[in-house]
Design a protein. Structure first.
Length: 423
């Protein structure tokens, strides 16, 4: 019997969905097993896109499925998962209904094909549509509170491509020649789907990929060449290297520390491509001891990464109170170590790509009460146009901000000063 074209990609998408929802894996962790045997780049991309859109719109797809069944399908029923990816293709990816059916029903071999076909046909005849913004899972809405309604519209689509330039003076020129827009000096935004390695300046190392929000922490440390009393910066948890590159480009002598060999290899490759200099160190920050104190420390701490939900929608369904508490404990351990390595008057920037208050605002209060650091409030002039510091002088971004410009990831960023030195 001939194989159905496109079926392997749909089967892989189903495996990705199952890995996230049933086993709590990230999409990245699940790809190795789910995409094995699929060699065509377009088929691998299609599987990722189907699974990603199914997760992004999961609550809304489930509501549609439930509206067309007399008896509610269990959350972990294979028929529900197949219908989720069928709806994601039809309503988000523009796949024709006949192709959705032809590649969806074979996934239920020996199962309720007639049920799935009936539900999908009913919804197609109704000409159903998804809302303007994804409906967030209830536990996510409960955690994000009044911010949830502002965040959700920013999750409707995957993000565009942000570049950080090695030479900020070339911003206008780069944006014009690449057909992009700039939202801050040293930043260029291009349409999503752009082939990164084919872009002008890639081989020459003129830029690296980095979300606009992720570019802010390194900017808040200023230029290393202008710092009084020294130019040594420590990038903790540095890989894959975007913040290390930014610090090096700003004149800092950077020590880039990370525990992962694979991720540190990516950092080294990025240093080689851009021609920037840093000192990579593979070590556990909880046991490593530096030879000297640092004038600047950037701790982009391990976190739940819920702020990346527009590019990694699996976090909407994997993260709960247990993971948040675990990350908070690790962040405090790293902050305690980092505070001891800060030179008098040196600056420490704490950042997390998380939308959880426990990892952001509550951590800032803990730093002020526990570590003996003085807050160095962020000014509006230090941020991309359209962003403002919080009333407390911290930075809080989320995907619903700068909506007309394409949004940005969710981050919490706070800046601190070691006591006993120059301001």
């Amino acid at each position: 019997m001939p194989k159905t074209p496109g079926l392997p990609a749909r089967r892989a998408a189903l495996k990705l969905l199952d890995a996230v929802l049933r086993r709590g894996e990230t999409l990245e962790q699940a790809e190795g097993a789910a995409l094995s045997g699929i060699h065509a780049a377009e088929d691998r991309a299609l599987a990722r896109a189907i699974a990603g859109e199914a997760l992004r719109w999961l609550v809304d797809c489930d509501a549609l499925i439930d509206s067309a069944t007399k008896q509610r399908l269990p959350d972990d029923a294979k028929a529900r998962s197949v219908l989720r990816i069928m709806l994601a293709q039809s309503l988000r990816l523009g796949t024709p209904a006949h192709a959705v059916v032809a590649t969806g029903l074979p996934l239920l071999a020996g199962g309720p094909r007639r049920l799935a076909h009936g539900v999908f046909s009913t919804l197609t005849k109704r000409e159903v549509a998804l809302p303007a913004a994804p409906t967030l899972p209830e536990r996510v809405r409960a955690r994000w509170g009044e911010r949830a309604d502002a965040i959700a519209p920013g999750l409707a689509d995957p993000p565009e491509l942000d570049l950080a330039l090695k030479d900020a003076s070339q911003t206008a020129e780069r944006a014009a020649c690449m057909g992009g827009v700039s939202l801050a000096p040293g930043h260029v935004r291009l349409p999503r789907g752009t082939a990164v390695e084919a872009l002008e300046g890639f081989r020459e190392g003129d830029w690296w990929v980095q979300d606009l929000a992720a570019q802010i922490p390194a900017r808040l440390l200023g230029g290393g060449a202008n710092e009084p009393g020294g130019r040594h910066a420590l990038d903790l948890c540095a890989a894959p290297g975007g913040k290390t590159l930014a610090l090096a480009a700003s004149g800092w002598k950077v020590t880039a520390l990370d525990i992962s060999k694979r991720r540190l290899d990516l950092l080294k490759a990025n240093l080689k491509r851009t021609g920037l200099a840093a000192s990579p160190v593979r070590a556990d920050a909880l046991t490593w001891e530096p030879r000297h104190r640092f004038d600047a420390i950037l701790l982009d701490a391990p976190c739940t990464a819920t702020g990346t939900c527009r590019r990694h929608p699996d976090v909407l369904h994997r993260i709960g109170k247990g993971q948040i508490a675990e990350m908070v404990e690790l962040q405090r351990a790293l902050l305690t170590r980092a505070a001891d390595w800060l030179a008098p008057g040196g600056r420490l920037v704490y950042a997390v790509c998380s939308l959880e208050e426990e990892e952001g605002e509550q951590q800032a209060r803990w730093i002020a009460e526990t570590l003996g650091l003085e807050q160095a409030p962020v000014a509006a002039a230090e941020l991309p146009a359209g962003l403002t510091p919080t009333a407390e002088g911290h930075v809080r971004t989320h995907p619903g901000m700068l909506a007309e410009q394409g949004g940005l990831d969710g981050f919490f960023i706070s800046r601190w000063r070691g006591k006993g030195g120059l301001p």
